[in-house]
Design a protein around this ligand. Structure first.
Ligand SMILES: *Cc1c(COP(=O)(O)O)cnc(C)c1O
Length: 431
């Protein structure tokens, strides 16, 4: 049976259920599968006839823990959560883009958040007390999590975001959900929001009266569904060797690609593309990982100086640095390069990228310059309309807003303003 060990202590093991409900190991480590699930290579050949949802079911099955969930329940979870498309568009002879922004909040985080929400619903169904999910967000995570848990019974979602420090679109997406989702607008920074959440988890009095969990990106239930679309991309492109280029922030998406490769997907190399927050590309050069304070850029969802999946990546290679180098090609780009790429691809192919997709596109170009004749796909992780302010002036035209976003923008903001003060936050939670 599949179990999960802590990156701090390999003999500390938990089930899938515990991993999903707790998010991290009891000793604070990250959870890793004790063996990587394997996909039958014969199945891979048949994938070209299956839909994204059907492929997702096959992959999910390999992660199954029969003692805590049946296949038919897991299949329902996949069908409910991976219920939107991920089109692949060929842009040139050797470059394709995988669009991961067709979910309800228009970012790829819908894949992870929706699957995790349904899995938590499944595991929570036997509990008597409501589960409270606390999330601090600097943007996309909060809205994906809010939408994912909307109207799931016995679950309350509380989202903390820094007042005045997220975009108008992001704020609307967070504060207009309603029902079992509450947005708290904190008079502080993102770090202050995160500290409030962390304090709550450590507070024995709170823990006694409320069931609390987090829904942040280290939960393995967010990584698993991100393996699905790599198999899907391969089934449609049918090119081998093939390379995927990923815009990386916390490196969850990259970790999922490494899992997919280990499960049997013939990915030749993975490009870890990022902005000037380049601790990981530097590590790939030197072998030394030095976290940095994060610096703001146009691709703000990846402004992360200390990626929280680093330990997972290290663990996947058992600390063998040369193998990490062989599997991953790392590179970083400035905002100027990013905006130029958006303009150039729009001019040449009439394809409009958001700043994150542009970073991944640049990563792929750089890789292909060194390794010709490699087929590549880059990930477009957010709809360009979410970055309207950046993108519109670059291409000199109005972007078509997706209908769902128009609706969200027309709704009234509903948030509770709180000072950056733990006692006030706690009072709210206990009320
Ligand atoms: C979160 C996010 C990323 C980074 O994903 P990680 O898994 O944290 O590396 C990239 N692009 C967008 C649009 C995001 O919201």
């Amino acid at each position: 049976m599949l179990s999960f060990y802590s990156t701090n202590n390999h003999s500390l093991k938990v089930t899938l259920k515990e991993a999903v409900l707790c998010g991290q190991a009891p000793d604070g480590g990250l959870l890793m599968p004790d063996k990587t699930p394997q996909l039958d290579p014969a199945l891979l050949k048949d994938f070209s006839n299956l839909s994204l949802t059907e492929i997702s079911c096959e992959i999910a099955k390999t992660w199954l823990d029969h003692e805590t969930i049946s296949f038919s329940d897991l299949k329902k979870i996949v069908e409910k959560s991976i219920s939107f498309d991920a089109p692949i568009i060929r842009l040139t002879g050797d470059i394709a883009v995988l669009e991961l922004f067709h979910g309800p909040t228009l970012s790829f985080k819908d894949f992870g958040a929706r699957f995790m929400a349904r899995l938590i619903e499944h595991y929570n169904s036997s509990e008597e007390k409501d589960l409270h999910i606390l999330v601090a967000t600097s943007g996309d995570t909060g809205s994906a999590v809010a939408q994912a848990f909307l109207d799931i019974p016995a679950i309350q979602v509380i989202i903390l975001y820094p007042k005045g420090k997220i975009s108008t679109i992001q704020e609307k997406q967070l504060t207009t959900v309603g029902h079992n989702v509450t947005a708290l607008e904190i008079e502080g920074t993102f770090d202050d929001c995160q500290d409030l959440v962390k304090k709550a988890f450590r507070d024995p009095e709170l823990r006694k009266s409320k069931r609390l969990t987090s829904a942040n990106s280290i939960n393995i239930a967010r990584i698993i569904p991100q393996t699905f679309y790599y198999f899907y991309a391969f089934s449609r492109l049918k090119e081998s060797p093939f390379v995927v280029s990923i815009p990386c922030g916390n490196y969850g998406n990259l970790t999922a690609a490494l899992f997919a490769k280990k499960m049997g997907l013939p990915i030749e190399r993975i490009v870890a593309a990022t902005n000037i927050n380049d601790a990981f590309p530097k590590y790939l050069k030197t072998g030394v990982f030095i976290p940095q304070p994060s610096q703001p850029t146009l691709s703000n969802a990846i402004d992360i100086g200390n990626p929280n999946n680093f330990k997972r990546i290290e663990n996947l290679f058992g600390g063998a640095f040369q193998e990490v180098q062989r599997a991953i090609y790392g590179i970083s780009f400035t905002d100027q390069q990013t905006t130029q790429a958006i303009q150039e691809l729009y001019r040449s192919n009439h394809y409009l990228m958001d700043p994150h997709g542009a970073v991944a596109y640049l990563g792929l170009l750089s890789y292909q310059k060194n390794c010709r004749n490699t087929q590549g796909v880059f990930l477009e992780t957010a709809h360009p309309a979410k970055f309207q302010d950046v993108v519109e002036p670059l291409v000199g035209k109005k972007i078509n807003m997706p209908q769902s976003l128009k609706k969200t923008l027309a709704k009234e903001k509903c948030a509770l303003l709180l000072p950056n003060n733990y006692e006030k936050f706690k009072e709210y939670l206990l009320s």
